[in-house]
Design a binder for this molecule. Structure first.
Ligand SMILES: C[S@@+](CC[C@H](N)C(=O)[O-])C[C@H]1O[C@@H](n2cnc3c(N)ncnc32)[C@H](O)[C@@H]1O
Length: 357
């Protein structure tokens, strides 16, 4: 089948699917993209790729994009929607993924251990089957699309779209709710999966460039790029950082099914994974982490997304970019303020550093 092909610089390619990923820049993409379009570069690193929306947008602009993220489940998203140029899931593929294979014996790790935590017993049994079917799936891009659909389905059925608490009871309790969407929570996994598989299929395209998804601590990325886009986990003014593995450990478990028992913190009520401390969520290490990262990519155009009320402060971060780049522009997105933020000064901003020292 002829695939949608996008030529350099054209914006004809498919839009990125809706996502429930915390911190996704999807709603800011027209604004961020408007600034990226003004810059001259051929290759780009999306250093903290997350949902993949920025990489997908850069790919649509005709650039050679490398999507990077530390977490394995995000890597699958990058493979599915950035590196993948043409594979899509057929109806037959979907049927093979979401049903038990005849004669196959399945482990029941999720059903045995996660009862009453995130999903019902029947849903846990389905997740056991799908996680194991995907591990055996032949084509890595189709497998990645399958994981993408599984993650989006799993998020849609979670209160707050997270795995930070044992709170299945919120979904099941027969009470009036001021939040959430019981219809979405109760829709069967199979239906969610089909919907998200179709949305993922529709987002696949080629831009004629060899785009890539890698899984690395950003500190270990060796290659150099024309532009580096930086969107780190957010640390709020009280010093609390967004711990992505803490929020999404269950999705990481789905792709590391065979190793999951060794990764779990068995002492935690909601069976999260054992933590590793990262400089990107440590208020006392974050300034040095930014300094190292910006210095490492000082020969690239640097584009940093930031929330103005975090740690480091906006002024400190602009100062750090200014240390390595002669020209620094700061843009604010004025129409959007964070609804849940009590700090009225919380604004989305974009720092662009260019030129050479
Ligand atoms: C704010 S999110 C990025 C959101 C993304 N720009 C989007 O629009 O969806 C930060 C991401 O950084 C990743 N991350 C955290 N520490 C990292 C590290 N040391 N190296 C690479 N990625 C890291 C997290 O897994 C998370 O997906």
């Amino acid at each position: 089948m002829a695939r949608k092909q996008n030529t350099a610089g054209s914006r004809q390619s498919p839009r990125f699917p809706q996502t429930r990923y915390q911190g996704s820049k999807r709603r800011f993409m027209d604004w961020i993209g408007g600034h990226l379009e003004q810059l001259e570069f051929d290759s780009a690193l999306d250093a903290f790729g997350g949902s993949g929306v920025v990489s997908h947008w850069l790919k649509a602009l005709g650039k050679r994009v490398v999507y990077n993220d530390l977490l394995g489940f995000n890597h699958q998203i990058g493979l599915a929607l950035v590196e993948n140029d043409e594979a899509t899931l057929t109806e037959e593929d979907i049927a093979d993924i979401i049903s038990p294979a005849p004669g196959q014996v399945y482990d029941d790790f999720i059903q045995r251990n996660f009862g009453g935590i995130y999903y019902t017993d029947a849903e846990n049994a389905w997740l056991d089957v799908v996680a194991q079917n995907l591990r055996r799936f032949g084509c890595r891009y189709k497998r990645a699309l399958g994981y993408y659909a599984l993650f989006q389905s799993a998020l849609a059925k979670r209160p707050y779209n997270l795995f930070h608490r044992k709170n299945l009871y919120l979904r099941l309790a027969d009470v009036r709710r001021g939040f959430g969407n019981k219809v979405t929570w109760d829709r069967p996994f199979q239906e969610h999966f089909r919907l998200h598989a179709q949305r993922a299929n529709a987002a696949v395209f080629s831009n004629g460039q060899p785009c890539q998804a890698i899984q690395s601590d950003v500190a270990n990325v060796q290659e150099q790029f024309g532009l580096v886009y930086i969107d780190t986990p957010y640390i709020n003014a009280r010093g609390v950082g967004v711990d992505y593995l803490g929020f999404y450990h269950f999705l990481e478990g789905l792709i590391r099914y065979a190793d999951w028992p060794e990764l779990v913190d068995w002492g935690s009520k909601h069976l999260r994974m054992q933590r590793t401390v990262s400089p990107w969520v440590s208020p006392d290490r974050i300034h040095q982490a930014f300094r190292d990262l910006l210095g490492k990519f000082a020969d690239s155009i640097l584009v940093v997304s930031y929330r103005s009320d975090g740690i480091p402060s906006a002024e400190e971060l602009v100062g750090l970019v200014d240390e390595v780049k002669p020209r620094v522009e700061v843009h604010f997105h004025d129409r959007y303020r964070y609804a849940l933020s009590t700090n009225k000064r919380s604004r989305e901003m974009l720092i662009v550093g260019s030129g050479f020292r």
